[in-house]
Write a protein that binds this ligand. Structure first.
Ligand code: AMP
Ligand code: ZN
Length: 457
């Protein structure tokens, strides 16, 4: 089998993936900030991570997949200024911060289920790990990486000589060009580890700490929780591309300072789904949800298929037209597979070609092209079926679970279709023609295409 190679943002290259502990993989994915619904851009990143997990499992590895829920501390600007997004969300929704976290957390999990994404092994919430975060900050304090300002405890990024390596940050340039409100920060790249509550208003989420009442900064939750569930150095850490310059850079800084490791062996990032040439963003409010697509008549799997048509390291420009093209292709794939009857033997030739692409840094567009070539090949229907079902362990399109829409064609027509396929395979043309007439009697026309029979009214 082609060895698995993955792109590592830290080293900026594709390299062979070898688990730190044989047979096992620790995978941490930064989860959603639960002050609103996830949009289809966020979900593109989780589909990429699901594909990654499935590919690792396809390679025989056991994956400990951890996803966090950010329910406190993510401020309206990633650079630690502004308000907590959760507190802003409570004013918009009228819910308490705790109710909102549960509501949008559940909505997110339900979206993942609808996309047929595998459930993480561990979910962890920032608010359930305040003690671990405080302990982490205390350790950083003891090691001399922190300082205090009027509004919190900050990490001194300049105490690390390779701060910002992940993003190849130009520290001097940033420092020189700094125009942002720095508060009491010593350097523009310093970031909050613990923020003090304002004295004039009561926050809904706040805790006692050795430094006073307040709440953790956004980055510390991921360093603390990944250490708890996966150890100080684990295999793969993922997120969206926006995490490279700030969030992941700061996670690495904290863990490097406290534990002396760069946190993860591979850093992987999903690129953005764009809408009208701009990043789709929750904070903009006019984003597209998965449910919006369903209201437009698409299935959640149509969206999953659409995401597989682009490599995860390229941005995708969303349009309903391209989603529609994905829907048409997926419908053909599902109908063809359904008409093939019982599975026979897996075609090793097609499967190995498929694997050579999925193992080449998750090249799903090329892998899909192999699926289509296989569908149009002269393999028997039974062997096509066995092969596509195996491939679907990675695609996750739930091909075997698909049934034609009741409004599409009644079961008797589909079973006549199937019988006709069997007759054709046996070269019993007379019987095949009889069956075609019987299908026509139900008001349907069968057309034989390169991808298999197609039914229309
Ligand atoms: P958030 O809920 O904002 O913390 O983001 C959840 C995940 O979605 C993070 O991994 C982000 O990097 C990712 N993300 C945010 N916007 C987009 C987008 N437009 N396209 C793809 N991924 C995104
Ligand atoms: Zn994170």
């Amino acid at each position: 089998m082609t060895p698995l190679r993955l792109f590592d943002t830290y080293e900026r290259k594709v390299r062979e993936f070898k688990p730190i502990n044989p047979g096992k993989v620790g995978l941490y994915a930064c989860g959603p900030t639960v002050y609103n619904y996830a949009h289809i851009g966020n979900l593109r990143t989780y589909i990429f991570e699901d594909i990654l997990r499935r590919v690792l499992e396809f390679n025989g590895l056991e994956v400990n997949h951890v996803v966090n829920i950010t329910d406190v501390g993510h401020l309206t600007s990633d650079a630690d200024t502004g308000e907590d997004k959760m507190e802003v969300g409570t004013r918009r929704t009228g819910m308490s911060a705790w109710e909102m976290a549960e509501f949008y957390g559940d909505a997110f999990k339900s979206d993942l289920k609808h996309l047929n994404a595998l459930e993480p092994v561990t979910w962890c919430k920032a608010t359930d790990h305040i003690d671990e975060q405080i302990a982490f900050v205390q350790d950083l304090e003891k090691k001399g990486y922190t300082y205090r300002t009027d509004d919190g405890i900050y990490f001194n990024s300049q105490k690390l000589n390779n701060y910002g390596y992940l993003a190849r940050l130009d520290i001097d340039g940033l420092q020189g060009g700094a125009r942002v409100e720095q508060g009491g920060r010593m350097h523009v790249t310093d970031f909050a580890l613990w923020k003090f509550s304002n004295t004039d208003e009561k926050r809904q989420m706040e805790w006692d700490s050795p430094w006073g009442v307040g709440f953790p900064g956004w980055h510390i939750e991921c360093s603390a929780m990944s250490a708890k569930y996966l150890g100080d150095f684990f295999d793969i850490h993922c997120g969206g591309e926006d995490h490279i310059p700030i969030h992941h850079t700061n996670e690495i800084a904290q863990t490097e300072a406290s534990r002396g490791t760069r946190l993860a062996n591979f850093w992987m990032h999903g690129y953005f789904l764009q809408l009208n040439n701009a990043k789709m963003a929750k904070s903009k409010g006019d984003f597209i949800r998965l449910e919006t697509l369903v209201d437009e008549g698409f299935s959640t799997q149509d969206y999953r298929y659409y995401c597989l048509t682009a490599h995860y390291r390229t941005q995708m420009s969303f349009s309903l037209e391209s989603l529609d093209a994905g829907r048409t292709a997926l419908a053909r794939m599902l109908q063809a597979t359904y008409s093939w009857g019982e599975p026979g033997e897996i075609s090793e030739e097609y499967l190995q070609r498929f694997v050579s692409y999925i193992n080449d840094d998750l090249n799903m567009p090329r892998a899909l092209a192999v699926v289509w070539e296989m569908i149009r090949s002269d393999l028997t229907s039974e062997n096509k079926k066995a092969t596509i079902l195996k491939m679907d362990e990675v695609l996750g399109l739930d091909i075997s679970g698909w049934r034609p829409d009741a409004t599409e064609a009644p079961p008797e027509v589909l079973s006549l279709m199937h019988e006709r396929e069997v007759a054709r395979r046996d070269k019993d043309w007379k019987r095949a023609d009889e069956l075609r007439d019987m299908i026509a009697g139900h008001g349907y026309v069968v057309e034989d295409t390169a991808e298999g029979p197609k039914l229309s009214r």
